[in-house]
Design a binder for this molecule. Structure first.
Ligand SMILES: Nc1ncnc2c1ncn2[C@@H]1O[C@H](COP(=O)(O)OP(=O)(O)OP(=O)(O)O)[C@@H](O)[C@H]1O
Length: 488
């Protein structure tokens, strides 16, 4: 799969190289992935007995990919001799061999903080702690210590209790001792945790084992690698910015409003996004999901969303053939989602992005399901895109690939009217009422009759009678391209 993406996105080769370093095969030479990825040749001569080398701890397992790298397991204590670019030269305390380990796989052990302890998660928020503890492999009794958000220098204990997470403030006395309950202080965090592990009923939350961090995620990048340059727009999920990765690669950055997300759903859904790859779907490049706000980084589409583009001077000059081609590209991407049984729920011209050469790609797949129920509900909410939504989805929230087909019909209407709003002059309420009574949008004067027939197929009241995306792509839309009766 990765080879496929690398091939398709050849122009982003160096970006991919940096995003997915661990895919360097054992026998890889500098040629394919670029010199900056492969750990440098050894040029150190440390004295392993040097007492001054700082002590580090491995945060993740790392398997050496060449003889100049050092394999480490999470929790291993390491002496670090020097930092070389994105690597450190290290030796395990329990071993003799020395080698390179990626710098972001290790953390320095300091005397003041318990950073070498597996239960200590530095710099994460309450929300992030919940997300971690509720994600597999963590389970009932998983716990962690984090820095308190509201009280600098103090800590919080977060414990997973079945499907919930409880948080306890750990306060510091002037003499440095720590307590959860006033009058019951402990000289160290270790002793405090030992007490509550034994006497967990006091806090009604058993401390079974330290939280396991998610596997080192190659999509995860530090937020500092991205620069925001220009705001492109704003949707239900937050703002979208044009930005740069490491000051060189142009990207689009979606800044997610965390408050609107359900933490467990978010983790699951991002996993889905990572697994979807198709040339007609916006490609996810990276995420910054540790800490807030969450950044979702995707490829940048220079001409923005299809709705605005169709309304622009350039868009207005497109021929019917161009419009058909764009409709075909969307059907192509939707066929891929259909094969994967993924329902988009918000298919509309505003969620199609346009790039050079009129390339169209579907955006926001999967994200629609992340919105909290109260925002996405039909009751009294204006957020539901009623004019794009099939009647069974608008009335009973029964979303399916067939309700996406309905939305595709509306998208066709938008395309062939150069971005007109459907049901112009009608309120959402009136639209639902009229549709339920059998009313359908009339054929726009700029729309070939063959295409209008396809729209009507998509708007069949009985969802089962609507075509599939596969059929639309293979037959209906393409047939219109081959046998146009309308001037192209
Ligand atoms: N990858 C991208 N490249 C270029 N522009 C983008 C990209 N992603 C989004 N945009 C721009 O930012 C705008 C806002 O995008 P966003 O996906 O947040 O909201 P939306 O699609 O308008 O609404 P909704 O929240 O209903 O999906 C888009 O309309 C588009 O113009």
């Amino acid at each position: 799969m990765e080879q496929f993406v690398r091939k398709r996105l050849a122009f982003l080769a160096s970006f991919w190289n940096k995003l997915r370093p661990s895919s360097v095969p054992d026998n890889c030479s500098l040629g394919y992935f670029g010199a900056d990825l492969v750990s440098p040749q050894p040029d150190w001569d440390p004295d392993p007995a040097l007492p001054t080398s700082p002590l580090f701890v491995a945060l993740y397992d790392f398997a050496a990919r060449s003889t100049n790298e050092l394999s480490v397991s999470r929790g291993d204590k390491l002496r670090v001799y020097k930092e070389v670019g994105e690597y450190v030269v290290a030796r395990r305390l329990s071993g003799k061999s020395i080698g390179y380990v990626p710098a972001n796989y290790v953390a320095k052990i300091s005397q003041e903080t318990p950073s070498h302890q597996l239960w200590y998660f530095s710099g994460i928020s309450r929300h992030e702690a919940e997300r971690l503890l509720l994600s597999p492999p963590n389970e009932h009794g998983s716990f962690l210590i984090r820095d308190s958000e509201s009280s600098k220098g103090e800590y919080s204990l977060s414990v997973r209790n079945q499907a919930k997470v409880s948080h306890f403030r750990i306060c510091k006395c002037p003499d440095g001792s720590l307590y959860v309950q006033k009058g019951h202080a402990f000289p160290s965090m270790e002793e405090l945790l030992a007490f509550y592990t034994e006497n967990w009923k006091v806090i009604q939350s058993p401390l079974v084992k330290p939280c396991t961090p998610p596997e080192k995620d190659e999509w995860e990048r530090p937020r500092s690698e991205f620069t925001l340059r220009k705001k492109l727009g704003e949707g239900n999920f937050g703002e979208v910015w044009e930005g740069l990765w490491r000051n060189t690669v142009p990207v689009a950055i979606k800044i997610i409003k965390q408050a609107d997300m359900k933490a467990e759903d978010f983790t699951k859904e991002i996993q889905n996004l990572k697994s979807l790859k198709h040339e007609k779907l916006i490609q996810l490049h990276a995420v910054c999901s540790r800490g807030e706000p969450v950044f979702i980084i995707t490829e940048l589409m220079k001409k923005g969303n299809l709705h605005s583009y169709l309304n622009s001077l350039e868009g207005k000059s497109l021929s019917t053939l161009h419009l058909l081609d764009m409709a075909c590209q969307v059907a192509d991407g939707m066929t891929y989602l259909e094969e994967k049984h993924i329902v988009h729920r918000d298919l509309a011209a505003r969620n199609i992005l346009v790039g050079d050469d009129l390339t169209c790609k579907i955006a926001d797949f999967g994200l629609a399901r992340l919105l909290k129920d109260d925002i996405y509900s039909t009751s009294g909410s204006t957020k539901i895109p009623v004019k794009w939504t099939a009647p069974e989805a608008a009335n009973y929230r029964t979303y399916s690939l067939k309700s996406d087909i309905w939305s595709y019909g509306i998208l066709l209407y938008e395309v062939f009217t150069y971005g007109q709003t459907p049901y112009e002059g009608m309120t959402n309420q009136e639209t639902i009422q009229q549709i339920t009574r059998g009313y359908r949008l009339p054929r726009p004067s700029t729309c070939p009759s063959e295409i209008y027939l396809v729209m009507l197929e998509c708007w069949k009241g009985n969802a089962e009678e609507r075509p599939t995306f596969f059929a639309l792509r293979e037959n209906q839309i393409r047939a219109c391209t081959c046998h146009p009766r309308h001037p192209m």
